[in-house]
Design a protein around this ligand. Structure first.
Ligand code: CTP
Length: 399
């Protein structure tokens, strides 16, 4: 998806073994439509060559403040003008110290000081260097100066030690950068989302489930995080990775999903119920595997599951609720009936046969003003539009 279409990014690289990740990072930025100009410190060129970075970015690499290729010989001004952001990845402890003090003795630090665009840095260093008091002071100062700090990650380090200080993985940097450019209508809000199918056991090896892939719910979780929210995702079993920045609890049955929602619902501002919750569970589920005993098909009895959305919507002082409905016919009529029955202000409806497991979707918003149809787009793009629509509809007291 061209999430960074038309964005001009200056990728700064200071010295560190994480420079090997920067080549992959540039490829992924370019894949998403960004124009990337790479600027490397002398130390960075010891870890990976400008030739590699030129090949992956498709543009000349800048390493020298006296670069005669720039007509006015002012690369520290020209390279960053017109840029939407400078991302320094990796940012060494030494480079962050230079930023804090406004030093400008090489092209990259000059460029950062003379910038007219936002600056993001992805620190990369040994865990003791990261925890060292001067580094922590510098990080705090950079934040106070309006610089965005991405990560660092935690785990095994090139030096053999384990802890905080790893540069974020390339895709994590890309996700952070995409989020950086998104509007923040849910800043500071707490959002609870259910997603995916539930599964109801018949016996220890057999289940009843549905075709929900979880993609729409996961896309909404990501979009809500991008919009500045603290997001908790309660998910049925899916093949999807945990969305970056989101806290996830995975459950099986509708009853487990209900219990997980109830455990998290206090303090939430918004509840988005996307999960395809089984309406019925098997009342006579067997604790042993059912055998073919010659008496024909087993007799499966059903008992109703709790309606999670209706329960949350009825809570006094509960979060503002948004429901979903996938129908195979009569969408407008069924969606509107469902919205009223569940007692919610907004419901998102779609035709199930068109969107199950697909990457694109067509949805309509149903609220007191009627039906508002969104254009067909990727589930992530639709999710962003829905988060914007939700944010404008949430009552001011919550917003
Ligand atoms: N939902 C829920 N708990 C249930 C059933 C549904 O929270 N036990 C939520 C879904 O997450 C969705 C909305 O209710 O947001 C509508 O779900 P849907 O299955 O379409 O509605 P039902 O009330 O089950 O109606 P029906 O199956 O008759 O279409």
């Amino acid at each position: 998806m061209q999430d960074l279409h038309n964005k001009r990014i200056v990728l700064g690289m200071s010295g560190g073994i994480a420079c090997y990740k920067s080549a992959d990072l540039v490829r992924r930025l370019v894949e998403r439509g960004a124009h990337v100009d790479v600027v490397m410190t002398d130390a960075a060129t010891r870890f990976i060559t400008p030739v590699t970075m030129q090949a992956v970015s498709g543009h000349p690499v800048y390493t020298d403040q006296w670069d005669a290729r720039i007509a006015n010989n002012m690369p520290h001004i020209d390279v960053s003008r017109g840029a939407d952001a400078i991302l320094v990845a990796p940012a060494s402890a030494d480079f962050m110290a230079k930023l804090v003090h406004g030093r400008a003795d090489d092209l990259l630090s000059l460029l950062c000081l003379a910038r007219a665009c936002p600056l993001l840095v992805a620190p990369a260093m040994n865990r003791e260097m990261w925890l060292a008091a001067p580094t922590q002071r510098n990080v705090a100062q950079l934040r106070a100066d309006g610089v965005s700090i991405l990560g660092p990650g935690n785990g095994q380090q090139a030096c053999g030690e384990t802890g905080d200080g790893r540069m974020l993985e390339p895709m994590e940097c890309v996700t952070e950068l995409i989020a950086f450019f998104q509007p923040k209508p849910l800043k500071g809000k707490r959002v609870l989302i259910t997603a995916g199918p539930t599964i109801e056991a018949i016996d220890p090896v057999r289940v009843i489930t549905n075709r929900s892939s979880g993609k729409t719910g996961y896309a909404l979780a990501r979009a809500a995080w991008e919009a500045g929210a603290q997001v908790t995702l309660i998910s049925g079993p899916t093949a999807l990775d945990q969305p970056y920045g989101v806290t996830r609890t995975v459950v099986d049955s509708a009853q487990q999903m209900h219990d997980a929602v109830m455990a998290h619902v206090a303090q939430q501002d918004l509840f988005i119920s996307v999960a395809a919750v089984a309406d019925w569970r098997v009342a006579n589920a067997s604790s042993e595997k059912l055998k073919k005993d010659g008496k024909g098909a087993p007799n499966i009895e059903f008992a109703p599951n709790p309606d999670i959305l209706a329960t949350v919507a009825a809570m006094p002082n509960g979060p503002w609720c948004v429901g979903f409905a996938a129908e195979t016919e009569n969408l407008a009529q069924y969606a509107e009936e469902k919205r009223k029955r569940k007692g919610i202000a907004m419901l998102v409806g779609n035709l199930a046969q068109h969107v199950m497991d697909a990457d694109h979707t067509t949805v309509s918003i149903f609220d007191d003003a009627g039906e508002h149809r969104l254009a067909t787009s990727s589930k992530q793009d639709v999710a962003r539009q829905l988060i914007e629509a939700i944010a404008t509809r949430m009552p001011a007291v919550i917003r």
